[in-house]
Design a protein around this ligand. Structure first.
Ligand code: 5GP
Ligand code: ZN
Length: 114
């Protein structure tokens, strides 16, 4: 069993409701959804946070966002709108140290978040 939860899900060793199984990207439903659509979009490779992913610079971050957009379309929320969130570090509320985009939609969301 890998140490990292999302590495384990990406490898298919830990069960999840997978909505997209790509070459470099995997997306699955959040176990504790905060909106009607709440999907986590992650690179298969382990990068700790979005800053580290940006620093890789091989188009993977672009692909992650593009994939989130494709999932939004598939979930029927592209026109009503959605939020893409990268919680980063302790004060950002990050609890899993494998970069993940939260794709949230299907209900109106307030700003600022609580
Ligand atoms: P973070 O707080 O790091 O931004 O987000 C971690 C997210 O992972 C949370 O929204 C949490 O509900 C979700 N999560 C934690 N454990 C699991 C799990 O085992 N499976 C799935 N699908 N989601 C998880
Ligand atoms: Zn990982």
């Amino acid at each position: 069993m890998p140490d990292c939860l999302f590495c384990g899900i990406a490898a298919g060793q830990i069960p999840a409701t997978v909505v997209l199984d790509g070459k470099r990207i995997v997306a699955f439903r959040d176990i504790n959804p905060q909106a009607p659509t709440h999907v986590l979009v992650v690179p298969r490779d382990h990068h700790p946070n979005v800053g580290a992913l940006a620093a890789v610079g091989d188009g993977l971050l672009d692909e992650l966002i593009g994939t989130a957009r494709e999932i939004a379309a598939a979930e029927g929320i592209e026109d009503t709108g959605y939020r893409i969130v990268f919680n980063t570090g302790q004060d950002g509320g990050q609890t899993v140290g494998h970069v993940h985009a939260h794709l949230l939609g299907g209900r109106p969301m307030a700003w600022p978040p609580g």
